[in-house]
Design a protein around this ligand. Structure first.
Ligand SMILES: Cc1cc2nc3c(=O)[nH]c(=O)nc-3n(C[C@H](O)[C@H](O)[C@H](O)COP(=O)(O)OP(=O)(O)OC[C@H]3O[C@@H](n4cnc5c(N)ncnc54)[C@H](O)[C@@H]3O)c2cc1C
Length: 418
């Protein structure tokens, strides 16, 4: 049977950052990813200030700047009549990174993989899907996998298995870790519309109206659009057809009328089944969950990638030495949750409040657009702009930002891209 010290399941932001950091800490680490590459449907582009600072600490700042990306220094609300209001002003953030970088997630993951491959103790196996955990008594001792190219099956044993396999984690289910689900009032349809030079939207912009809401994320020559629908209405809305949907988009954001025809069919809209949940325990003996596998986040604030990255940094900081010395106990694993529970709890509570008091009400409202007005907190923030620093901090840095452990820090590096 194959063997490694730390087996990370899932090559998303959590898994790749953990793999890189542990390898830099001298731990033998293997990351298993079921896909053949990182290129897949949109699932988040936002690399926040806390993650940018981490990239600098890891010496990957210059390499990150080479990746095509767009910097956003403001999050705005689109108001009636084409006016705008600033929700969050990132230029007011402390520290060198006063921005959110919009980077296709596959480019970000490719960069992490290229950096990790420089470490002799790192190994990444693509097309390798974990199908089950293996146990000895109550202790998780490894995984079973299937190679998706040639179909062969095998087992890998490890001192520690880390489930970084995302919001539908099969490992957390196999370990029977109890989940606390909070529900959500909405699902999201993702689709693209062309972006023009003349469009006056530089950062993420949201339009919230009675019965519907939409967020536009600039991504080069197109907008990645998130259209919020009431939870469970996907099928009914699809049945209405594409023309009706185009009308909904134009009613919400009239200046998109000149390009909604680019939505050629209703299948252009990909459903994100919004989930907000959290494990009560993040570990069993021999297995730890991090990132979305430990806590699926709502898309509100686009914080999922960054929380996943921060979990990975905390896990690497706490586990590198015990892994090197062969002393990972349940108590050590519990410390990771102990460190990351507070920020997770704070962000999820903010998301739940926004779901309940704002988005849920908006989506269920039947008022006309002209009567919806500007919410009071937003009006106050326009009068007192320094308040725009608060949402900027919560979203882009968040509570308890993690910093790279000493063993993982490097001087700015040139990374040869594969
Ligand atoms: C449509 C969409 C839009 C989003 N938008 C944003 C956004 O704008 N900003 C933001 O911050 N967050 C966003 N998110 C959330 C963000 O993508 C996640 O929070 C973040 O990617 C979580 O990272 P992770 O590493 O924990 O899990 P994931 O990114 O989900 O990575 C899990 C990895 O595990 C692999 N995997 C799963 N099962 C197995 C298995 N059995 N064997 C081997 N590999 C496996 C998967 O292929 C995947 O690569 C969005 C999510 C979705 C779905």
């Amino acid at each position: 049977m194959e063997r490694t010290t730390c087996l990370v399941v899932g090559g998303g932001p959590a898994g790749m950052v953990l793999g890189l950091l542990l390898a830099r800490g001298g731990v033998e680490v293997t990351v298993l990813e079921k896909h053949g590459d990182f290129l897949r449907d949109f699932r988040g582009d936002t690399v926040h200030a806390s993650t940018l600072t981490l990239m600098d600490e890891l010496g990957l700042g210059p390499a990150f700047e080479q990746v095509p990306h767009q910097d956003v220094d403001k999050l705005e609300a689109l108001l009636d009549g084409g006016a705008k209001a600033t929700i969050a002003d990132l230029s007011r953030l402390p520290g060198p990174n006063k921005r959110i970088a919009m980077v296709p997630q596959w480019d970000f993951l490719d960069l992490l993989a290229d950096a990790a491959r420089l470490e002799p103790t790192f190994s990444l196996r693509m097309n390798t899907e974990v199908t089950a955990i293996t146990k000895s008594g109550n202790r998780v001792t490894g995984v079973q996998y299937r190679d998706r190219v040639d179909g062969h099956e095998g087992e890998i044993a490890a001192d520690l298995v880390v489930a970084a396999d995302g919001r539908s984690s099969i490992l957390r289910a196999a370990a029977e870790l109890p989940v606390h689900s909070f529900g959500a009032p909405m699902d999201v349809w993702w689709f693209r519309l062309p972006r023009k030079e003349t469009d006056d939207i530089k950062g993420g912009a949201g339009r919230f109206s009675a019965g519907s809401a939409m967020v536009l994320i600039p991504r080069g020559d197109y907008f990645q659009c998130a259209f919020l629908i009431r939870k469970g209405t996907d099928e009914a809305l699809r049945a209405e057809g594409v023309e009706k949907f185009r009308q909904r988009v134009v009613t919400l954001v009239p200046w998109l009328a000149d390009r909604v025809d680019h939505i050629t069919g209703i299948d252009d809209c990909k459903l994100l089944d919004v989930k907000l949940d959290r494990l009560r325990r993040w570990h069993v003996d021999g297995l730890l969950c991090i990132g979305d596998a430990a806590h699926a986040m709502s898309p509100v604030g686009g914080v999922g990638i960054n929380l996943a990255v921060q979990d990975a940094v905390a896990a690497a900081t706490l586990l590198a030495k015990p892994l090197r010395e062969g002393g990972v106990t349940s108590a050590t694993l519990a410390k990771v949750r102990g460190r990351r529970l507070f920020p997770t709890l704070v962000i999820q509570t903010v998301q739940r409040v926004i779901h309940r008091l704002f988005l849920g009400r908006k989506l269920n409202s039947t008022e006309t657009v002209s009567r919806t007005g500007v919410p009071l907190p937003l009006r106050i923030a326009q009068k007192l702009p320094f308040l725009q620093a608060v949402p900027a901090y919560v979203v882009a840095i968040g509570p308890r930002p993690e910093h790279a452990p000493e063993f993982a820090r490097r001087a700015p590096q040139v990374i040869t891209r594969s």
